[in-house]
Write a protein of this length. Structure first.
Length: 133
Protein backbone atom coordinates (compact mmCIF):
# COMPACT_ATOMS: atom_id res chain seq x y z
CA UNK A 1 0.00 0.00 0.00
CA UNK A 2 2.75 2.45 0.97
CA UNK A 3 4.69 1.59 -2.18
CA UNK A 4 1.65 2.25 -4.37
CA UNK A 5 1.00 5.59 -2.65
CA UNK A 6 4.64 6.63 -2.97
CA UNK A 7 4.63 5.64 -6.64
CA UNK A 8 1.48 7.69 -7.25
CA UNK A 9 2.95 10.74 -5.49
CA UNK A 10 6.18 10.51 -7.49
CA UNK A 11 4.23 10.27 -10.74
CA UNK A 12 2.06 13.27 -9.87
CA UNK A 13 5.03 15.39 -8.79
CA UNK A 14 6.85 14.57 -12.03
CA UNK A 15 3.87 15.67 -14.12
CA UNK A 16 3.26 18.88 -12.20
CA UNK A 17 6.80 20.24 -11.89
CA UNK A 18 7.23 21.55 -15.43
CA UNK A 19 5.28 24.84 -15.60
CA UNK A 20 6.79 28.32 -15.14
CA UNK A 21 5.04 31.65 -15.78
CA UNK A 22 7.30 34.61 -16.52
CA UNK A 23 7.35 37.65 -18.82
CA UNK A 24 9.40 37.53 -22.00
CA UNK A 25 12.74 39.33 -22.12
CA UNK A 26 15.52 39.67 -24.68
CA UNK A 27 17.74 37.28 -22.71
CA UNK A 28 15.15 34.51 -23.12
CA UNK A 29 14.85 35.23 -26.86
CA UNK A 30 18.64 35.29 -27.25
CA UNK A 31 18.88 31.91 -25.49
CA UNK A 32 17.32 30.39 -28.63
CA UNK A 33 14.65 28.61 -26.60
CA UNK A 34 11.81 27.51 -28.87
CA UNK A 35 8.84 29.86 -28.55
CA UNK A 36 5.49 28.48 -29.71
CA UNK A 37 3.10 31.27 -30.72
CA UNK A 38 -0.43 29.93 -30.20
CA UNK A 39 -2.34 32.92 -31.60
CA UNK A 40 -4.40 32.91 -34.80
CA UNK A 41 -2.98 33.60 -38.28
CA UNK A 42 -4.81 36.94 -38.29
CA UNK A 43 -3.02 37.93 -35.08
CA UNK A 44 0.34 36.79 -36.47
CA UNK A 45 -0.22 38.95 -39.57
CA UNK A 46 -1.26 41.96 -37.47
CA UNK A 47 1.74 42.11 -35.11
CA UNK A 48 4.31 39.71 -36.48
CA UNK A 49 5.97 37.08 -34.31
CA UNK A 50 8.84 37.07 -31.86
CA UNK A 51 11.89 36.46 -34.03
CA UNK A 52 12.44 32.73 -34.50
CA UNK A 53 9.15 31.66 -32.90
CA UNK A 54 7.05 28.81 -34.26
CA UNK A 55 3.40 29.58 -35.07
CA UNK A 56 1.02 26.79 -34.04
CA UNK A 57 -2.55 28.01 -33.53
CA UNK A 58 -4.33 26.60 -30.49
CA UNK A 59 -7.60 28.53 -30.06
CA UNK A 60 -9.21 29.56 -33.36
CA UNK A 61 -11.12 32.81 -33.97
CA UNK A 62 -14.22 31.30 -32.33
CA UNK A 63 -12.31 30.16 -29.24
CA UNK A 64 -12.43 26.49 -30.26
CA UNK A 65 -9.45 24.16 -30.25
CA UNK A 66 -8.36 20.75 -31.43
CA UNK A 67 -5.96 19.34 -28.82
CA UNK A 68 -4.92 16.33 -30.92
CA UNK A 69 -4.03 18.50 -33.92
CA UNK A 70 -2.16 20.97 -31.71
CA UNK A 71 -0.17 18.24 -29.92
CA UNK A 72 0.73 16.63 -33.24
CA UNK A 73 2.19 19.93 -34.47
CA UNK A 74 3.82 20.68 -31.12
CA UNK A 75 5.50 17.28 -31.00
CA UNK A 76 6.95 17.86 -34.49
CA UNK A 77 8.77 20.89 -33.06
CA UNK A 78 9.70 20.06 -29.45
CA UNK A 79 10.64 17.02 -27.44
CA UNK A 80 8.45 16.40 -24.41
CA UNK A 81 11.36 16.88 -21.99
CA UNK A 82 12.72 19.93 -23.85
CA UNK A 83 12.03 23.32 -22.23
CA UNK A 84 10.06 25.64 -24.53
CA UNK A 85 7.85 28.69 -24.18
CA UNK A 86 4.29 29.51 -25.26
CA UNK A 87 3.05 32.99 -26.11
CA UNK A 88 -0.31 34.47 -27.07
CA UNK A 89 -1.58 38.07 -27.33
CA UNK A 90 -1.89 39.05 -23.66
CA UNK A 91 -0.96 35.93 -21.70
CA UNK A 92 -4.44 34.56 -20.99
CA UNK A 93 -4.54 31.77 -23.56
CA UNK A 94 -0.92 30.81 -22.98
CA UNK A 95 -1.62 30.55 -19.24
CA UNK A 96 -4.51 28.13 -19.83
CA UNK A 97 -2.55 26.04 -22.32
CA UNK A 98 0.79 26.25 -20.51
CA UNK A 99 -0.73 25.13 -17.24
CA UNK A 100 -2.37 22.16 -18.95
CA UNK A 101 0.74 21.17 -20.91
CA UNK A 102 3.01 21.43 -17.87
CA UNK A 103 0.83 20.20 -15.04
CA UNK A 104 -1.34 17.66 -16.81
CA UNK A 105 0.78 16.40 -19.71
CA UNK A 106 4.26 16.77 -18.21
CA UNK A 107 5.78 19.14 -20.77
CA UNK A 108 8.59 21.45 -19.68
CA UNK A 109 6.90 24.76 -20.53
CA UNK A 110 7.38 28.45 -19.83
CA UNK A 111 4.21 30.54 -20.14
CA UNK A 112 5.17 34.02 -21.33
CA UNK A 113 3.05 36.32 -19.15
CA UNK A 114 1.81 39.45 -20.90
CA UNK A 115 2.09 37.85 -24.32
CA UNK A 116 3.06 39.59 -27.54
CA UNK A 117 1.69 42.89 -26.23
CA UNK A 118 4.24 42.82 -23.41
CA UNK A 119 6.96 41.85 -25.92
CA UNK A 120 6.04 44.83 -28.13
CA UNK A 121 6.19 47.14 -25.12
CA UNK A 122 9.64 45.78 -24.22
CA UNK A 123 10.82 46.24 -27.83
CA UNK A 124 11.55 42.53 -28.29
CA UNK A 125 12.61 41.82 -31.89
CA UNK A 126 9.64 40.78 -34.04
CA UNK A 127 9.50 39.51 -37.60
CA UNK A 128 6.65 39.45 -40.12
CA UNK A 129 4.51 36.33 -40.32
CA UNK A 130 5.20 34.37 -43.50
CA UNK A 131 2.70 31.53 -43.98
CA UNK A 132 4.11 28.23 -45.21
CA UNK A 133 2.97 27.36 -48.73
Amino acid sequence: MRLALLSLLLTLSTLSADYIRQPIDQKLVDSKIKIIDIRTPGEWKMTGLVKGSIPIMFFDEQGKYNMDRFLTELNKNVQKNERFAVICNSGSRSQVLGTYLGKQLGYNVIDLAGGIQYAIGKKITLEPYAPKP
